[in-house]
Ligand binder design. Structure first.
Ligand code: KPL
Length: 308
């Protein structure tokens, strides 16, 4: 029997991956969060609108709630925000068996390790996705920029065969033997870009000028933090990597700026919060990073958004 992919979360990334799988003829089901969301989905005749370079395609996307069916879930792709993962996974836990495999697509760090502790018998894979996507409406996703997906097993196991479905879906992915350092690298990039875009309400391309003189010391602190996590690259290589992402995504709104615009809880705690906590644990002094964290917390508080 061919694999069925369940996608947990109807945010931009969930809809993007569902669109790409459905277009490729892969049997994929979206798991939505609330009965109201499912009712709205059905009222639109299960149509998922997928927009790419100005052209929109309507796809038929089956959706369900976690408890709509007792059928086991074997391959689960978790696409929710980092802060929503624990609750979302609890809702599907009765449908997981010991062989179920979970693929986590969250930004930042912290949520992944928590899932591994909660589901010790299931295989849990981590991923980092750089595609740009946003939602025009609850069932309408815009693919703003093609990116790459890096996947790996924190326990260094081999890539499972079902990942070939991602190739079928046209997802540009590669297997990474050392996934944790890859996620740390992405976390450092997110620490350098996302808070500045949220504080100054600017696209990624303006980060260097908006950040001003604090940017170089910020990168130096991130570099020391990466080194403490055995991610070895030079400070100039890190600077180059961050600058390349800024240029490649210049007109994009970072995920954090998008969250702020939508009045949604941000992933601050899984990005800056995790970085600052780890720095303290390993005895690193990171005054610029800590100050950026506090500034962002104050900014979120003035907007009435959670500070974690
Ligand atoms: O991952 C991103 C994000 O917005 O969260 C970057 C790389 C900054 C691209 O926008």
């Amino acid at each position: 029997m061919p694999d069925v992919l369940h996608i947990l979360g109807g945010g931009s990334l969930g809809l993007l991956w569902a669109s790409r799988c459905i277009q490729a003829g892969i049997d994929c089901r979206l798991i939505l969060h609330t009965p109201a969301a499912l009712q709205q989905w059905h009222s639109r005749e299960d149509a998922l609108l997928f927009e790419q370079q100005g052209a929109t395609r309507a796809l038929k996307a089956p959706a369900e709630l976690a408890d709509s069916s007792p059928a086991p879930i074997n391959k689960l792709i978790v696409t929710t925000k980092a802060w929503a993962v624990a609750e979302a996974l609890e809702s599907v836990a009765p449908r997981l068996n010991a062989d179920s495999e979970l693929l986590l697509l969250q930004n930042g760090l912290g949520s992944q390790q928590a899932v591994r502790l909660r589901f010790p018998t299931q295989r849990v894979l981590y991923a980092s996705v750089t595609d740009g996507a946003w939602k025009r409406a609850a069932n309408h996703v815009v693919w703003a920029g093609a990116g790459q997906t890096t996947l790996g097993d924190p326990q260094h196991g081999p890539a499972p065969g079902w990942l070939s479905l991602l190739t079928t879906a046209g997802i540009d992915w590669r297997w990474e033997q050392n996934m944790l350092p890859a996620l740390w690298m992405k976390l450092a990039i997110n620490c350098a870009i996302n808070p500045v875009t949220a504080l100054h309400d600017c696209p990624n391309g303006q980060v260097l000028e908006r950040a001003g003189p604090m940017f170089a010391p910020l990168l130096a602190e991130l570099h020391a933090l990466l080194a403490s996590q055995r991610v070895s690259l030079s400070l100039s290589e890190l600077t180059q990597r961050v600058t390349t992402v800024i240029q490649a995504t210049a007109s994009n709104s970072s995920s954090m700026r998008q969250d702020v615009h939508a009045g949604r809880r941000t992933e601050i705690d899984f990005i800056l919060g995790y970085a600052c906590r780890t720095a303290r644990q390993v005895g690193l002094s990171t005054p610029v990073l800590d100050d950026l964290h506090r500034q962002l917390q104050r900014h979120l508080a003035t907007l009435g958004l959670p500070q974690d």
